[in-house]
Design a protein around this ligand. Sequence first.
Ligand SMILES: [Zn+2]
Length: 141
Amino acid sequence: MRMELDEVQRRLLETARQAAKRAYAPYSGFRVGAAVLALGKVYVGVNVENASLGLTICAERAALARAVAEGAGPVEGVAVWCLDVRPGPDGQLCESAASPCGACRQWLAELAPRAWVVTNTWGRARGVAELLPLAFGPARA
Ligand SMILES: [Zn+2]
């Protein structure tokens, strides 16, 4: 897959890849890292699973929560890297493997409405509005 990403997006993806190594994913075996870029600062998160699976938090939401906790400015971009995705029979990575889930898309719509999102399984950046069109959320001017 040819990655049509700029240098900032590639560097943010590398930060997400490094973070993914610290994920706690003993149940799914899919370690995911996320990196949020806001006003030049980067906030990382990883998926943290739990034996009570519903309590698991995704890397994207963990990174966004960290950004909020640290007083981040407007989010410019988000990178997601699934460390354990493997190529299928066609040699390609399944595009959905590192796609933010529905819950994370709702968080992105609320906390990063103008951000681009990149993953290690997509060939290009996507806007949050593309990921969650007609999102429920607060009215914004
Ligand atoms: Zn998610």
